[in-house]
Structure formats: C-alpha cells, structure tokens
Ligand binder design. Structure first.
Ligand SMILES: [Zn+2]
Length: 87
C-alpha cells in the first residue's frame, strides 16, 4: 500500500497559493476531493474525471467549486496523488 504511494499534494479552498494544474504531473492517477468541515471525501480516477474537463484547472480554483454532498459546506480541498494497487 504505502510503498506505492507518491507524496500527495493537498490544496485547500482558502490556500494563498493556487497550486498546480490538477492534470499536471505524473504519476497522477486521479484526484481526491474532500471536505475540511466534516471530513467526507471521494476519490476519482482520471478516466472518471475526463468528461468534466478539469485537468487544466488550478487545484485551489477547483477546491473552491466543491460543495460537500454530505454537509453542504463549500470548504473543500483537492488532493492530487497516485495510489497503488493495494490502496
Ligand atoms: Zn462536508
């Protein structure tokens, strides 16, 4: 599990820096979207995300678009990472 993971990059909705474009970098197999309020999160692979055309967005800009499906807050974060076969 852990040995397959690269360092994850987390960008919050209120970060001062906008981060990288979420489609940049490899290996970057997908994105994790989370809520800083209730800790709810989902992960999506790039094959699932492709129809959304979000790869060129900066991480913080994307985080600001998120609305939590559990608690309804708009205080999300975006994590770009690669996860391994055991994760
Ligand atoms: Zn939430």
């Amino acid at each position: 599990m852990g040995s397959f993971q690269k360092e994850a990059t987390v960008v919050d909705w209120d970060d001062k820096e906008r981060g990288n474009r979420v489609g940049d970098g490899s290996p970057n197999q997908g994105l994790k979207f989370g809520c800083t309020v209730c800790k709810h999160y989902v992960r999506r692979s790039w094959s699932e995300l492709a129809p959304l055309s979000i790869a060129r967005l900066f991480a913080r800009d994307l985080a600001r678009r998120l609305r939590c499906t559990r608690c309804g807050k708009r205080e999300g974060y975006v994590m770009t990472w690669a996860w391994g076969p055991g994760d």
